[in-house]
Design a protein around this ligand. Structure first.
Ligand code: 5GP
Ligand code: ZN
Length: 140
């Protein structure tokens, strides 16, 4: 992935303010920060999004994310931490190399809008759970 911004950061071709690195993941500051301390955790190999993430990389990236979240909390003194992770254009993804945002949050910062929610009837929840179980069974 010659042109991918995050691959270029992994290869050291573009600058990044690095926080943490291990064999499978790299963490660095977001250049567009919602709050100071807004970090990104990426997988080192090029993977477009969560739909292509294998189990070992998924484990590695979440382990790094947990460590970075604790560091963000300790270093910024924030009141809370939100993880944000977008996949595909419709999911809000703008850089198509898998990454997790680690966002320091402050009481009443009104940073993220919450979606309008309805409470589906139990039979609708059961029917959707069955569809998802079938999808999982095909993903063994
Ligand atoms: P997404 O919208 O895909 O969830 O998040 C992509 C994020 O990557 C954005 O928040 C954007 O600020 C960040 N970003 C884009 N280009 C660069 C870059 O060159 N360096 C860093 N550190 N972050 C970047
Ligand atoms: Zn990439």
């Amino acid at each position: 992935m010659d042109d991918c911004i995050f691959c270029r950061i992994v290869r050291g071709e573009l600058p990044a303010s690095k926080i943490h690195e291990d064999a499978h993941t790299l963490s660095f500051m977001n250049i567009m920060a919602a709050h100071p301390g807004h970090a990104l955790v990426i997988v080192k190999p090029h993977v477009d999004n969560i739909l292509d993430l294998d189990d070992s990389l998924a484990a590695a990236v979440f382990q790094s994310t947990a460590r970075v979240a604790r560091a963000v909390k300790a270093a910024t003194g924030c009141d809370g931490v939100t993880l944000f992770q977008a996949n595909e254009v419709a999911g809000g993804q703008t850089v198509f190399h898998f990454h997790i945002h680690v966002l320091p949050r402050f009481t009443d910062d009104r940073l993220l809008p919450f979606w309008p929610a309805s409470a589906p009837p139990r039979d609708a929840l059961d029917a959707m759970a069955a569809r998802l179980r079938s999808a999982l069974a095909g993903d063994a």
